[in-house]
Design a protein. Structure first.
Length: 146
């Protein structure tokens, strides 16, 4: 009986730890060009827009989908678009489901008409990611120096 109570207590403690970890604030990603808040989204197409005019639409290859990793400068800091492009295009990869994918392109977006966020675009295998609310875990491999 005592061992069941100990196991139950350990399981409860593990659940509490997992809940606390899930609720803790996301730490910014630190890079040599600054720190960034991170989010991700899977999209089936990308559209180039310049000054509110619609441009070319980009579609992934058959059986693939675009993963956009949004990098927003953290804490009110700013990063020049030239610095971001120079840094991220020197070997940024993403590891998703054990496979490594290279950077497809960079996107720059104005958010709220004030700040800009950087979209790291990867073309990855489509495993139904766009149809689920739970996003898969991925790992970014960023260049080490600017």
């Amino acid at each position: 009986m005592k061992s069941k109570a100990i196991i139950k207590a350990i399981l409860m403690a593990a659940c509490v730890c997992l809940l606390l970890a899930a609720c803790s604030p996301v730490e910014p990603i630190q890079t040599p060009i600054g720190s960034f808040d991170y989010s991700q989204k899977f999209v089936t197409s990308l559209q180039n827009r310049i000054d509110d005019t619609q441009g070319e639409v980009y579609m992934p290859q058959q059986g693939k989908i675009f993963l956009v990793v949004y990098m927003m400068p953290a804490g009110g800091s700013s990063v020049s678009l030239d610095d971001a492009q120079s840094y991220f295009q020197r070997g940024t990869n993403v590891i998703l489901d054990g496979e490594t994918f290279g950077l497809y392109s960079l996107a720059f977006e104005r958010v709220d008409g004030i700040s800009e966020r950087i979209g790291l675009v990867f073309e990855v295998k489509d495993k139904g990611y766009a149809d689920t609310t739970e996003q898969p875990l991925l790992k970014l491999e960023l260049p080490s120096t600017p």
